[in-house]
Design a protein around this ligand. Structure first.
Ligand code: SAM
Length: 292
């Protein structure tokens, strides 16, 4: 299909809005893309080729779905809003390699869907313009399920993308950076202006690319213990690591004991959490865990 006919233009989007009397629901994060060039960029950055199985979250009117259908082998998309059924039936009627599953992605066993809808061994990639109100829960739902997928390329709120991809000693670095980078190699690949959306969101956007790791970059004895300790270390960002850890362990360990562990890990307790590498968090978490 030529670009002139693409769904992602202001005029086509308006045409479908009018045809189906569709009204945007802010509560579902409905900001549709009206710029084909942005979509081409996303498809290229995601490495979508004719052998790829693509999963999309939130197809909306099908702007990105259409591009995926043209470039991938097969597309499976999850959409929570049943009102989009007739719209998507219409906009995607030219494509027989697309299936839309009308359900909440957070309540979906995506692993099961992959097993049922794609060929065994097929390379699967997730590509989406995510609803901003629920970006982090959706990404953590996907990452924690440890799915057989190669990468995730998503348009999200710029501030969240920066936090997910942040490196130590930066303002954006925090427990979200560690959680995401434990599972993936994260990179912000494109900043996107508000003008490419209808309606325009209040926040700036960015495209984040996550390559899934085959195994975590560090060994941790207990993952939930590790993530809890990382979160506690950042509880009060401006305070020292010693201070945050003493507060976290106050009912369990004396300050001296916390200091002993910090020394054993060769980490200066007067540092702030934002200066710690993931390896250092892993080392600390493993030492504290062994005490439990
Ligand atoms: N992909 C379209 C585009 O780029 O124009 C629409 C993107 S819009 C930002 C997000 C879409 O996600 C909406 O269609 C919304 O209804 C849908 N959505 C919101 N919450 C969802 C959920 N929990 N599960 C599945 N879809 C959801």
């Amino acid at each position: 299909m030529s670009k002139e006919k693409a769904i992602a233009t202001p005029s086509k989007t308006k045409e479908y809005l009018n045809k189906y009397g569709f009204t945007f629901k802010k509560s579902l994060g409905q900001n549709f893309i009206i710029d084909v060039n942005i979509l081409s960029n996303i498809i290229k950055s995601a490495g979508i080729t004719t052998s790829i199985g693509a999963i999309e979250i939130g197809p909306g009117m099908g702007a990105l779905t259409e591009q995926l259908a043209q470039h991938a082998n097969r597309v499976v998309a999850f959409e929570i809003d049943q009102r989009l059924k007739p719209v998507l039936n219409d906009t995607l009627s030219d494509y027989d390699n697309v299936e839309i599953i009308f359900q909440d992605v957070l309540k979906t066993d995506i692993g099961q869907v992959i097993a049922n809808h794609f060929m065994p061994g097929q390379v699967i990639k997730i590509v989406a313009n995510l609803p901003y109100y629920v970006t982090t829960p959706i990404l953590m739902h996907i990452l924690m399920a440890q799915l057989p997928i190669e990468s995730i390329t998503v348009m999200i709120q710029k501030e969240v993308a920066d936090r997910m991809a942040a490196q130590p000693n930066s303002k954006s670095y925090g427990s979200l950076s560690i959680a995401v980078q434990y599972y993936t190699e994260a990179k912000v690949i494109l900043n996107v202006p508000k003008t490419v959306f209808m309606p325009q969101p209040n926040v700036d956007s960015a495209v984040l690319h996550l390559d899934l790791r085959t195994k975590p970059p560090v060994h941790v004895e207990n993952e939930s213990y590790f993530f809890a300790l990382v979160q506690a270390s950042f509880a009060q960002r401006r305070k020292t690591l010693r201070n945050n850890l003493c507060r976290y362990f106050k009912d369990k360990l004396t300050k001296d004991k916390v200091e002993v562990i910090l020394t054993k890990a060769n980490i200066d307790g007067s540092r702030r959490a934002e200066s710690l590498l993931i390896e250092e968090f892993a080392q600390l978490a493993n030492l504290f865990y062994k005490l439990d």
